[in-house]
Design a protein around this ligand. Structure first.
Ligand code: 4NP
Length: 173
């Protein structure tokens, strides 16, 4: 099914306003899981025709300005996607107004996002795997300190999550 969803209409102060759909994926370092989630989500957008912006960020500052981990780049490449141009950045309070959806890769990062959420935030916060039936509450495991094949598990998890998230956005905005 091809779904084209240009904008969701929201009502504020009695007026109908178009709110752009934009998703920010958030993990700890923004060099492994969230750039892969962004890549998997972009792949799903391409496959479905859904028009949504996508970006990623981290809650930790160790890798700001760095390209994704070479193992993350390699798994993305095996699935036909070049993520070498991504540059790690920190999530900011402005992100809570800029993005319609902010999606955490694990519960710890979701808790950080909830704690830093400004009062005028408009973004809907969620955990990626909460969108997958039967996997609610699960984290996408951090592959950083593990072996290379852990990144295949990460790719499978973020792909499952990205497909479910795209379906959620297509239906609910
Ligand atoms: P990510 O993985 O949160 O999926 O990007 C990590 C990357 C770096 C570190 C931890 C997790 N680190 O401790 O430097």
């Amino acid at each position: 099914m091809i779904v084209r969803w240009h904008a969701k209409m929201v009502r504020r102060c009695g007026e109908a306003m178009a709110e752009k759909l934009a998703v920010l994926f958030v993990c700890l370092g923004n060099i492994c899981r969230s750039p892969l989630a962004e890549a998997a989500f972009r792949k799903e957008l391409k496959a479905t025709g859904l028009e949504v912006e996508a970006d990623s960020a981290g809650t930790g500052d160790w890798h700001i300005g760095e390209a994704p981990d070479r193992r993350a780049q390699a798994v993305a490449k095996r699935h036909g996607i070049d993520i070498s141009g991504c540059s790690a950045r920190l999530v900011t309070s402005e992100d809570f107004r800029r993005f319609s959806h902010i999606v955490a890769l694990d519960r710890k990062n979701l808790a950080v996002l909830k704690a830093m959420r400004p009062a005028d935030a408009t973004a809907e916060l969620s955990l990626l795997l909460d969108h997958v039936k039967g996997r609610e509450g699960q984290a996408v495991a951090d592959p950083y300190y593990g072996e290379e094949d852990g990144f295949d598990v990460t790719w499978a998890d973020v792909t499952e999550g990205a497909k479910a998230l795209a379906r959620h956005i297509a239906v609910r905005g």
